[in-house]
Write a protein that binds this ligand. Sequence first.
Ligand code: CMC
Length: 438
Amino acid sequence: MSSSTTGAKKTVTFTLDGSNRSTTLPVLSGTLGPDVVDIRKLYSDLGVFTYDPGYGETASTESRITFIDGDAGVLLYRGFPIEQLAEQSDFIEVAYLLMEGDLPSPAQLEQFRRGVTYHTMVHEQLRRFFDGFRRDAHPMAVICGVVGALAAFYHDNLDINDARQREIACFRLIAKIPTIAAWAYKYSLGQPFMYPRNDLSYAENFLYMLNAVPTEPYVNNPILSRAMDRILVLHADHEQNASTSTVRLAGSTGANPFACIAAGIAALWGPAHGGANEAVLKMLAEIGKPENIPEFIRQVKDKNAHTKLMGFGHRVYKNFDPRAKIMKETCHEVLGELGIKDEPLLDMAMELERIALSDDYFISRKLYPNVDFYSGIILKAMGIPTSMFTVLFAVARTVGWVSQWKEMVEDPSQRIGRPRQIYTGAAQRDYVPLSRRG
Ligand code: CMC
């Protein structure tokens, strides 16, 4: 393979060894990030596919939404650094930014905020859907089922070729997911469902639906709702991660947006992805006390022990996850506000972080804390049970999923997603009747 620049345009030439076939492929440049080789003619020219399990080196789409520079620890939503958005913006404005492409004017923001706020109720019949689940069902199983079922309740916006219907479906998903998530929690507790309140902000309303009961007045704590808002902002989008790629793949078939987001929720559930914040707390509980940390780190470094330091490492970040830094600050703020002086989990997390950042195993593999390392401690301090952690992630990521889904549907070059494979199974052979076997 050789790379060259012809005029302003770069190309790469591939030659297939042992044949006289070669092809020159264009190199495409984005606004930021590495160039990519456009291999769309590779098979027709050379008769070979590319092989990239886990898609670590493959751009599956063009996107204008989110940019990550994993080596520099940079995350931009529509060009704006995550640190500035976490500090100065709020979740609804970030949702507008991700969906619409730019910061809103005051009037646009107000209209968007109303659009989300006035879709927060769910169909009353959907309420009864919850009764079909066992009380001890994992809330991810519940929200996956209920979000998928939205398609059965909102027939009026299932035409993905109609821009207005697409927009309403996106509003409905962003607006209703906190209601569905909070009700999944209330259902597990056996408490009455709290209906959304339109006088509260998105984060305040979510905390209200999670924590309020009809018998007591509810008092909003601005520090906690600000922390929740920040968690939502930090998790809102993360370019072509596993769940977003799942949403895009499902959407590429023309499936309705509710089905696609349900698919995204299913993909998010795994401990290597959205389930990691829950896994961090389980890990800290299993370690138990700081004296056990050296033995735990020994196990993590032992390949045969199959133990991972949860909340560490990332497919793209090979430096500090910028979201982890903000999470760590928020963690201290929340514990301070709640008057939690000695939180053994936080002490253990900080000790793990200190050891990992000075240990050659982690340094050489560029394993740094990711967004989930501190988020679980914050959520636990806020009284949210571990089983709800991934659900909160899903609430936030719904904004990213719908933005990416909308971008894909509106892209004229969009085709059904259909990866190829290298087949290593049996070559063609003849069926042997049962009577002639064994
Ligand atoms: N603890 C110990 N070793 C690790 C870890 C970890 N958390 N992560 C990666 N490694 C090792 C891995 O064993 C491999 O070692 P070696 O080269 O000796 O075989 C090396 O580091 C490279 O890892 P990899 O498996 O090739 O990395 P990946 O890009 O395939 O996996 C990951 C990324 C996030 C799945 C992985 O780092 C992991 O499982 N981390 C723990 C789970 C976690 O915190 N996930 C949340 C990610 S952030 C939120 C999100 O995006 O959902």
